[in-house]
Design a protein. Sequence first.
Length: 118
Amino acid sequence: MLERPLTILAIVLSLIVAVGFGLFAIDDMARASNNSRDRIAGNARPDPTPVAERQREQRNSRGRELIDDANDILLRPFAGLVAHDNSRWAQRGIPALLGLLVYGFMLGYVARYAHGHG
């Protein structure tokens, strides 16, 4: 009885986490390319100002913002584990892996367990 909803939930949450990390990876690679180009041109930029941050948010589509917001909520329990790490990849990758482990593997296991005991 609970197997199907739990399985669907596990798949949906895992997809949100995976897509969110994939979008981060694409953005980070593009940012690295832009930073390299700017460094070569002599105009490397530090972290964006709050105004630049808002402009970047405005460039994203509504769908992208929904995925990013959902991903932030899903990974919030794991984000504190790497909050002080200087690597953006560690700050995003480790919570994403833990999210996939919990939401994908563990929730899938609970769904299979519910099927066996239902």
